[in-house]
Design a protein around this ligand. Structure first.
Ligand SMILES: *[C@@H]1O[C@H](CO)[C@@H](O)[C@H](O)[C@H]1NC(C)=O
Ligand SMILES: *[C@@H]1O[C@H](CO)[C@@H](O)[C@H](O)[C@H]1NC(C)=O
Ligand SMILES: *[C@@H]1O[C@H](CO)[C@@H](O)[C@H](O)[C@H]1NC(C)=O
Ligand SMILES: *[C@@H]1O[C@H](CO)[C@@H](O)[C@H](O)[C@H]1NC(C)=O
Ligand SMILES: *[C@@H]1O[C@H](CO)[C@@H](O)[C@H](O)[C@H]1NC(C)=O
Ligand SMILES: *[C@@H]1O[C@H](CO)[C@@H](O)[C@H](O)[C@H]1NC(C)=O
Ligand SMILES: *[C@@H]1O[C@H](CO)[C@@H](O)[C@H](O)[C@H]1NC(C)=O
Ligand SMILES: CC(=O)N[C@H]1CO[C@H](CO)[C@@H](O)[C@@H]1O
Length: 630
């Protein structure tokens, strides 16, 4: 499929085309045929073809104006033709035509640009699973290489359905009023900076490489300027999107440079880019940051490829069926899962119980500022010197859809960027490792903390982590003010002794076995598990954390009475905080044990109390033991 403007606009026709693709994409598996920017290198994808991208909105630029309809005129024949400007970056017209700038027919429209990056911390199994499901066939489009100045048009030969091969791009930018991307129309100052950008494309080391602004270090994959034409109000920073759109990798910047004396066009009455830096960042080379003109964009509730996308869609019969059939086997899956985690936790089944609760926890509501449902676990007493926390993280990566492990070394705490910060010069949000989409698992490895001093910035970074854990929010730094971004991150802390961070629940690990070679031990654990069972664990985690849960009035009254009773017996023993914790435990217990039932039963309540009791007595023992040593 190649999307190209037809001769003469026909708004009805355009609408029909969009409807056509939307309908097509709804058909089962149709989306698998669309090549994905996530797993196919950019130079294998055909410009102007339909592609998809699974991504997180990292930043949102100012709305951008473009020529929705423009007119071309042939200087010799005076023939006038109207064209659509949607879904493209550069005006397209025949070699004999010129864009008529003062046409009475032109229509200026608005679109919104989102700067999107691949989902931060997305697990390898997730990526591989999507890539495997893909039916898209691509062959290297050799005639397009990112470093080329001008794209040759031979490649069009192998494009099916290309309506007119002889079409060429006018070296005219019909672009933008207001702040938006610019291809260097008009302003000579701008043209110069365009040249800079263009050169960078050819010799990347002649200037600082453009920072693609991924939240996490070491991330790969394309960043993309996603241009949305309708209903963009629903999208916000940190949303996960799946977008289908027309790929644009127009080397227009270079074209502009060549034809620079003639590109002083005009359709840009307003001053747009304020600084060279802003231009550099908002208009990076398309070979590095392609543009995607959106036909269809969906907000994703999760990225687990094993689970239907529309989990909360109660209308969906197939989805309901998926859930109810899974619930039939949920207790056996849970038992297997508990066994698996118990092995990973060196034989400690109590810790495994809590790890399950942690993994399916989620912020389901907020009471005032207090996030409800989060369940940060502090796993203390981890064995030292065997890379244990790295190994346990490797196991977690096999289970959850996205995650990041942060070794809390002094170096990291003092030097990494945690909180995203607005750069007003480049007019963009500079990312940090706490810019994570909801449902990400964040493993904070305090085992890595060595003797030494946190500097003031390091202390602020630790505070930011603490706020994330306690309030489930990150205060983005806008220099003059802070903006609160509520989030929903599963934080798991591994520590040996002291902890700098708050947590909801400390579990002291009691290893039953200490394998001589931790790596071999964990590897054999992973090879022993059947892939089909591993997939069930993955489904289990995605499904259960999304189940609605509600305690009936009777049950909450019974719980309240029980609580009063406990207080009577031992006034010191239980605090309101404990009650909340027990409720959380009960809730998660419930979810894990009887997933079909979404309310609390007496057995679960008792079991939750029992688990808490076991956990606490272990901590006290720990304290006693330490005391004795002193
Ligand atoms: C055509 O577009 C240009 C640039 O957007 C604008 O200045 C002009 O007024 C438009 N012409 C008409 C007749 O709308
Ligand atoms: C640019 O990078 C290439 C390879 O990365 C290297 O060979 C070359 O010397 C570099 N040039 C400059 C000016 O740094
Ligand atoms: C600038 O315009 C003149 C006349 O239109 C043309 O001869 C010349 O080649 C152009 N220069 C460039 C760099 O395109
Ligand atoms: C965290 O540390 C980095 C590097 O020292 C610093 O740039 C940043 O401002 C700190 N974060 C906060 C929230 O202060
Ligand atoms: C993430 O979850 C929190 C719930 O605590 C919610 O308030 C926030 O809007 C969510 N963020 C996104 C980007 O969906
Ligand atoms: C986390 O665990 C450590 C023991 O390793 C403990 O000192 C610390 O108080 C715990 N933090 C919380 C808030 O539970
Ligand atoms: C929870 O259940 C009670 C009755 O048991 C009902 O009044 C309430 O609306 C329910 N809440 C939700 C969120 O379903
Ligand atoms: C400013 C400028 O040089 N404009 C020229 C652009 O090219 C056309 C012919 O293609 C000339 O007529 C213009 O004078």
């Amino acid at each position: 499929f190649v999307f190209a403007a037809q001769n003469g606009p026909n708004l009805e026709w355009e609408k029909k085309v969009i409807e056509y693709f939307k309908d097509k994409l709804k058909e089962s598996n149709a989306t698998n045929w669309v090549p994905s920017l996530n797993d196919i290198p950019l130079h294998y994808l055909k410009p102007n073809s339909l592609v998809k991208f699974r991504c997180m909105v990292q930043d949102m630029f100012d709305p951008e104006f473009y020529m929705g309809v423009y007119e071309t005129v042939d200087p010799t024949t005076k023939e006038r033709v109207l064209h659509f400007g949607k879904y493209r970056d550069v005006a397209e017209c025949g070699s004999q035509q010129e864009v008529e700038l003062n046409s009475a027919q032109n229509i200026t429209m608005e679109r919104q640009t989102f700067y999107c990056v691949p989902v931060p911390g997305e697990s390898t199994w997730v990526k591989e699973s999507y890539a495997r499901a893909s039916q898209a066939r691509v062959c290297p489009s050799t005639s397009y290489t990112p470093s080329r100045h001008k794209r040759s048009y031979e490649e069009d030969e192998d494009m099916e359905m290309q309506p007119s091969k002889q079409k060429e791009q006018c070296a005219v930018c019909y672009r933008p009023v207001g702040v938006g991307e610019s291809h260097g129309c008009g302003d000579p100052k701008r043209l110069e900076t365009e040249t800079l950008v263009g050169q960078q494309q050819h010799s990347p080391n002649c200037s600082a490489p453009l920072d693609l602004n991924f939240p996490l270090p070491g991330e790969k994959g394309p960043a993309c300027l996603v241009k949305v034409y309708e209903n963009w109000e629903g999208f916000k920073v940190n949303d996960i999107l799946e977008v289908y759109g027309v790929l644009s990798v127009d080397p227009a910047l270079s074209v502009m440079n060549e034809d620079r004396n003639n590109s002083s066009s005009i359709l840009d009455p307003m001053e747009s880019m304020d600084t060279a830096e802003e231009l550099r960042v908002h208009s990076p080379p398309a070979s590095l940051v392609p543009r995607l003109h959106v036909i269809l964009a969906n907000k994703l509730q999760h990225i687990n490829p094993l689970v239907p996308a529309s989990l909360q869609d109660e209308e969906s019969k197939s989805c309901n069926f998926f859930v109810s059939s899974f619930l039939l086997e949920v207790s056996s899956v849970r038992a297997e899962f508990l066994g698996f985690l118990t092995h990973a936790l060196l034989g400690d089944s109590l810790a495994a119980e809590y790890l399950i609760l942690h993994l399916i926890s989620t912020v389901y509501a907020r009471r005032d500022v207090l996030p409800l449902g989060k369940f940060t676990v502090n796993l203390s007493g981890c064995p030292r010197n065997c890379g244990y926390t790295e190994h346990i993280y490797r196991i977690l990566q096999q289970l959850v859809s996205s995650s990041y492990r942060l070794p809390m070394t002094l170096q990291n705490m003092n030097s990494l960027k945690f909180v995203p910060q607005k750069d007003y010069t480049a007019n963009r949000l500079v990312s940090g490792i706490l810019q994570l989409p909801n449902s990400t698992s964040l493993v904070l490895d305090e085992m890595a903390l060595e003797q030494g001093q946190l500097d003031t910035l390091g202390v602020r970074n630790v505070t930011a982590l603490g706020n994330l854990i306690t309030w489930q929010k990150v205060d983005y730094n806008f220099n003059y003010h802070q903006m609160e971004f509520p989030c929903n991150i599963n934080v798991f802390v591994t520590s040996e002794g002291k902890s700098l961070l708050p947590s909801d629940c400390q579990v002291h690990l009691k290893p039953q076995i200490l394998p001589p070679n931790m790596e071999d031990y964990m590897n054999s654990l992973l090879t022993a598990i059947l892939p089909s069972m591993l997939n069930k664990f993955r489904i289990y985690l995605s499904l259960l954390r999304r189940m609605d849960y509600n305690i009936s009035d009777e049950v909450s009254k019974a719980v309240e009475e029980d609580f009063v009773e406990m207080r009577k017996n031992d006034p010191q023993s239980i605090s309101a905080e404990d009650l909340h914790r027990i409720l959380v435990v009960a809730r998660t217990r419930l979810l894990s044990l009887s997933a079909g039932q979404t309310t609390l039963s007496r057995e679960r309540w008792l079991r939750a109390k029992q688990l808490e009791c076991l956990r606490k007595s272990r901590l006290q023992q720990q304290k006693c033991a330490n005391g004795n040593e002193l």
